[in-house]
Write a protein that binds this ligand. Sequence first.
Ligand code: G3P
Ligand code: MG
Length: 227
Amino acid sequence: MLTIGHRGAMGYAPENTLLSVRKAIELGADCVEVDVYLVGKTLVVIHDPTLDRTTDGKGKLDSHSFAELRALDAGQGQQIPTLQEVIDVTKGKVGLNVELKGAGTACACVKLVNTLVEAEKQQILLSSFLMGELAVVSQLDVSLNIGVLASKNIDDSFVWAGRLKAFSIHLNERSVTPRLIERAHFEGLKLYVYTVNGFKDIERMKNMGVDGVFSNYPDRVLAACSD
Ligand code: G3P
Ligand code: MG
């Protein structure tokens, strides 16, 4: 079972910061997940479209310039990172799952990922709840790994995964069942589950046979996997 650090290792460090990404790597995660929005021409790593919850700034992300965003504290003195910075930290060490949160992220992300060599590109998984963004990824570069974040209608998500020739389908931990795992595998998809933090839940996912879990505590997943 793959250990995917959620927003880095947000159980231990401010989410979606380089500190959090480095913590996930230090703990031994196989892969790190971060969320991105496009601000001007730059992909920035943050979960919300507003600044209030995770930084000392206020208001909407898109009503600030990149320079203004970089002046903010995203926790423990960390800046809001760029996706380029996260790639520089993860490249050659762990996989990177980039969750496309906003409009225009697909195009910018494909451009950035295409500056990497083939082996590095294959370490990257682009996922989203926004099927329009994933469709752009697949149109621009069919070789990139796509992850479909399942909506409430899981059947629709499987249809999208087939249409986009996705690598994986990502389900909420409340919706995963043995039958859905079987279906994903039958359709040639990896099934990843978010966000699994409790020891018992991690064990349950492992016993059900999911392919990977997103966790705020990657060390807990690794401990369960070494049992
Ligand atoms: O990509 C898995 C998970 O991160 C999706 O939900 O809200 O944490 O971005 P969220
Ligand atoms: Mg996410």
